[in-house]
Ligand binder design. Sequence first.
Ligand code: CO
Length: 461
Amino acid sequence: MAKPLQIMETVLRDGHQSLMATRMRYRQMEPMLASLDKIGYKALEGWGGATFDSCLRFLDEDPWERLDNLKANLKNTPIQMLLRGQNLLGYNHYSNDVVEKFVQHASAHGVGVFRIFDALNDVRNLRVAIKAALACPEKPEVQGCLVYTISPVHSNETFVELARELQEMGCHSVCIKDMSGLLAPYAADDLVRKLKAALDIPVELHTHCTSGFGHATYLKAIEAGVDIVDCALSPFSSDTSQPCTETIVAMLKGHERDTGLDRQAMVPIAKHFLGVKQELIKEFGLKGYFDINVNVLDFQIPGGMLSNLANQLKEAGMEDKYQDLLDEMPRVRADAGYPPLVTPSSQIVGTMATFNVMAGERYKMVPNEFKDLVRGKFGRTSVPVDRDFITKTLKIPEDQIIEDCSIEDAKGQTFAQFKDELINKGFLNPSDEDVLSYALFPQVAEEFFKKHYKQITAYRK
Ligand code: CO
């Protein structure tokens, strides 16, 4: 007997991150939490990714309080979060004790599934977070990710190798994380079959409909035996978001992988979130709907970012260079050792390509982040970067090349140092959670604390 397909629902995180710039507020979620909790989802993604930053920066919400509220209202369904390994939810690598503290507190506040990834698929960047999550007394599920990409040096075999390593590290499940919708249906069929044959733990698939493959890719993956797929309720599905929950449920009705979920029970929930979507479009002046962009298959840069780069060219009066930029992107990616393009590597490669095109000369102006990427500060690239490229073209001294980034991470600012810094700014007795918010987003968190000091901590002034 085939096992029923399980669904992980993303309406509370990736759905609005992908379509609505992560602007959904907790109060817009709350009325539907009891109903969502009854559906029978494998998990509800509700925290992590860009939500933490967005809460503090745009929505005047404490992300920790949001997590507590979600937990209080979701009695049956685990809350899932997306965590960028040693990057946590910020844009730097953090020291190990900051990573451990963050994971411990997230678990204590109610995260039931930690989905952990590294932009470069360097397992050294996953190890600390995975180990910390495995040690949490609440016994959360720990899921390791394969960040999916296409390049001359990636194949389904290399992803299977990585998955084996994640299983050996103790992960309870693995996820194919296809953030740009590059995974084609037949490639998914092959990859899922290989993973199912090689692993003893469940395999989950996460895609986006950016290129238009989404629903077809899921069907082939389901036939190949994938255990869980990530879907979003209709108003927050498709386009640059996940395939649609109701569609997948209906598609399998009466077939051997039938989800057993009640599609009618989703009708009022979808209706509520359609209203939320309309509110968000109006309040934040968002676009809300996106066309399918098959070009992502060639450039791998997600659609939103491509339009940002095009705007940069336009502002510089170089609109006619757009095609040059599209041609330059894959060349820069090759020079940088074929990193998967996901935050933050997508921005780094995209910006470097734009600089090359605008300067009319390759690597004349080189942003520090690009130097850091090729000298190994963020971890190992998919293939080693050419030495001459690093030392001659980019003029990076030999002694700045980093072989093991975890040694660098160990020198990073510690939790105690972040705490002292916050106290020295006048925020007495900050909670661990406040220190973590501050470590991740210093300026934004400080602004937030100033506004809410009475609730948060004793403020000297
Ligand atoms: Co995603």
